[in-house]
Design a protein around this ligand. Structure first.
Ligand code: ZN
Ligand code: ZN
Length: 363
């Protein structure tokens, strides 16, 4: 499948005029990758994409220059040898741009001060985000890649349940998941895999420790894979040994809330409506204060990106958005449950990209 960089650039260009700028300097690596196919290795290497109404120019650290020539889609590619903005200034002057936007959310104060000095005579305009709203709507290529990443996640879950038993450490389980995903073709894990057992699982974003899994523990597994730069994200929670009444009660509520919110995902739905569906079910069961985070978030070139599904989210879901639905209940000293699926908004409703079982597994 060919990636439609031209189409993406056109969408960005439509936003230049309303923002009252002649050109935009893009510095956020995922935005550059989205618009040109080249990221500078996502290393924060010096790479800028300068876009005006008709042209795009990539200025890139010379260490990535050959790679850029091979993969980047841009009208011009310039190697960047000196640690200054002079090449970028030259491009902007070549364009004849007077008012030039930059990504204020991704430029440090130090960089800004240097820009002000070097862009002498050019009006700099800080813009919070022009590319991010475009990235919210995924095209077919992106949905395919996210689906491939989600499939690796499902396979990793099926693989890891064989390893979850008393005595294995959280860290060993995290390593096994990440090793499995990479063997299956993932470029890397979406984020540091979360494995949290027993009372540790009450921490929503726990770091895997040397703690060993014990009988009667909830084990919460939150992980994902990266394919073609695109992320997946899923969470499942299992019990080691027989589930108690309390395990079952908490798990059933999270599952009910998760399935209700997931089932409601459709174009036109507002972020807070979906959050409320899950939160009401959990609150009615008396666990409202134990659901301590948002319902979900967008997933794409970043594992967390807009839109956010939260109590105050006014975002309207649109066809092509890919979001997580991940309610949880966390009880200090006992443990926590989260169930997270990845879902794409379709013309008429949604398609779930995570296929692992949500039945409570007793391992
Ligand atoms: Zn997650
Ligand atoms: Zn998530």
């Amino acid at each position: 499948m060919k990636i439609n960089y031209r189409g993406r650039l056109e969408k960005l260009r439509e936003r230049l005029k309303p923002a009252e700028i002649d050109a935009l300097i893009i510095s956020e690596p995922h935005n550059i990758f989205y618009l040109s196919g080249c990221s500078g290795g996502f290393t924060g290497a010096k790479v800028r994409l300068i876009v005006d109404a008709g042209k795009s120019t990539l200025v890139i650290d010379h260490r990535y220059f050959d790679e850029a020539l091979e993969v980047a889609v841009a009208d011009r590619i310039i190697g960047w040898k000196t640690p200054s903005f002079s090449e970028v200034v030259n491009v902007v002057k070549d364009y004849g741009a007077v008012r030039v936007g930059f990504e204020s959310a991704h430029v440090t104060v130090k960089q800004y001060e240097r820009m002000v000095k070097e862009f002498d005579g050019i009006q700099l305009v800080g813009i919070p985000g022009l590319a991010e709203p475009i990235r919210e709507i995924k095209d077919n290529y992106e949905i395919q890649k996210i689906g491939e990443a989600a499939a690796i996640g499902d396979a990793a879950f099926e693989h890891i349940i064989k390893y979850i038993k008393p005595g294995v450490s959280e860290r060993e389980l995290a390593i096994e998941i990440e090793f499995f995903m990479r063997r299956r073709g993932a470029e890397k894990a979406s984020f540091d895999t979360i494995i949290a057992s027993g009372s540790h699982s009450a921490v929503p974003h726990a770091t895997p420790s040397a703690k060993k899994v014990g009988v009667g523990d909830f084990v919460k597994l939150d992980f994902g894979a990266v394919v073609g730069g695109y992320h997946s994200d899923m969470t499942r929670t299992v019990v080691v040994g027989r589930a108690s009444q309390k395990h079952r009660e908490i798990y059933a509520k999270v599952k009910e809330a998760q399935e209700a919110a997931l089932g409601a995902v459709a174009p036109g739905k507002i972020g807070k409506e979906l959050d409320n569906i899950a939160r009401d079910i959990i609150s009615d069961a008396g666990y409202g204060k134990n659901f301590v985070h948002n319902l979900g978030h967008g997933v794409g070139l970043n594992v967390h990106e807009s839109p956010i599904l939260s109590v105050d989210s006014e975002t309207e879901l649109k066809k092509g958005m890919v979001v997580t639905v991940e309610p949880g209940i966390y009880i200090s000293g006992f443990g926590g449950v989260r169930i997270e699926d990845l879902v794409v908004v379709t013309e008429t409703g949604h398609r779930v990209l995570t296929h692992s079982t949500k039945d409570l597994l007793e391992l």
